[in-house]
Design a protein around this ligand. Structure first.
Ligand code: FAD
Length: 346
């Protein structure tokens, strides 16, 4: 017999835990509303944490330069007084209305079986479910997470190691240049001589190759892995004529871009525009009452896919949701300098 799950309750469920979602928790909290935040990834921070944690961002107001993960840490700190509940490593699979009216709210169910009832939903799902494009190499799963990686969390993890990097885009080039400062050896495998990267970085890569610091293995493709128990010993590559080369390696980094899909969101009856959710720019409201979309996922005329635009959309959504959570209560506009922070109990 299946035991029914007792739903948790919240004012708002935020789908996604990227930078924009985190700021939505703050904006909602300033208006007295609690959030549960759900993300498919096992870390908070969305693209900033998963794709470029150590890269500096230059267009966050008030921060002339801030590393992506440092920004996430600040946003988590800013959201903290409002005691959000984070549910990580679980994808929101389905949503269903709890009644006929917008203020009846929505039930959200995740892949981990978490069920939450909320007055409103904020979809801050970025570009949807994203994951790395994996090369088709036999047995690669055995090495993933121990010696084969699709992102770099900490450059220090590769200190003194023999690193093979596969790919020809920005990530491959940026990390080859960066890791050459700490790794014992960096080899870059690419199918063609031209790199699809910022010209300055591609030039730096070629100079490091000319100086003998980095090996460019071109035009080659990954063929197979050698190793044992998740520990890599060598990467075997092959050129277009089938000639093989064996590269001794401790780690393989594959940068073949991201596979992005809307995932379950496509099934939720939302008005879509090229894999984005259409919203009212004044309120971030979607075509379904009580469901709002902000950040990279939201689309309206003039939309700029920038973190700072998402921050503004988070504030608009919070104000639009207030009457759903507190029907009949007037919202008295206050600057944060006047209201200060009123903590919410966890
Ligand atoms: P995201 O950060 O994409 O987070 C969305 C989250 O939703 C993800 O964690 C995903 O797992 C989750 N999710 C999706 N579907 C579901 C589901 N069904 N259930 C549960 N979770 C789900 N922007 C700038 O403003 N300035 C910059 O300098 C800048 N540099 C960048 C550099 C790089 C290399 C990249 C890749 C992006 C850069 N960006 C920059 C863009 C910026 O990162 C995005 O605009 C920002 O991350 C969008 O935030 P978000 O919260 O909307 O979504």
């Amino acid at each position: 017999m299946v035991t029914p799950v007792t739903p948790q309750t919240s004012d708002i469920v935020v789908i996604g835990a990227g930078p924009v979602a985190l700021f939505a928790v703050f904006e909602a909290g300033m208006l007295g509303m609690r959030c549960h935040v759900i993300d498919a990834l096992d870390v908070i921070g969305g693209q900033c944490a998963a794709l470029y944690p150590e890269k500096p961002i230059y267009d966050i107001p008030g921060y002339p330069r801030i590393d992506a993960m440092a920004l996430i840490d600040k946003l988590v700190e800013q959201a903290d007084p409002f005691a959000p509940d984070y549910h990580l490593s679980q994808q929101v699979l389905s949503i269903e209305p709890l009644g006929e009216w917008a203020s009846d709210g929505w039930r959200v169910t995740t892949s981990a079986g978490t069920v939450i009832d909320a007055r409103a939903l904020i979809i801050a799902a970025g570009c949807g479910a994203f994951g790395p494009n994996r090369p088709h190499l036999e047995g690669i799963e055995e090495y993933e997470g121990s010696s084969v990686f699709y992102m770099v969390n900490r450059r220090e993890d590769f200190r003194g190691k023999r690193v093979v990097i596969a790919g020809g885009g920005d990530s491959a080039v940026d990390w080859a240049v960066s890791l050459s400062e700490v790794a014992a050896r960096v080899s870059v495998i690419h199918r063609r001589p031209k790199f699809r990267a910022a010209p300055g970085m591609a030039e730096r890569l070629k100079k490091l190759a000319r100086d003998g610091v980095i090996d460019l293995i071109i035009p080659y493709q990954l063929d197979r892995l050698e190793g044992d128990g998740g520990g890599l010993e060598a990467v075997i590559v092959r050129d277009l004529d089938g000639a093989e080369m064996r590269l001794e390696a401790d780690a393989l980094l594959c940068f073949f871009g991201l596979a992005m899909t809307l995932g379950p969101i496509a099934e939720w009856g939302l008005a879509l525009d090229h894999n984005h959710i259409t919203t009212d720019p004044a309120t971030a409201q979607t075509n379904r009452p009580g469901i709002f979309a902000i950040g990279d996922m939201a689309r309206y005329p003039g939309k700029l896919k920038l973190i700072l635009s998402g921050f503004s959309e988070a504030a608009l959504a919070a104000h639009a949701i207030h009457p759903l959570v507190f029907p009949g209560e007037a919202l008295h506009w206050e600057y944060s300098t006047h209201s200060g922070i009123t903590k919410l109990e966890s």
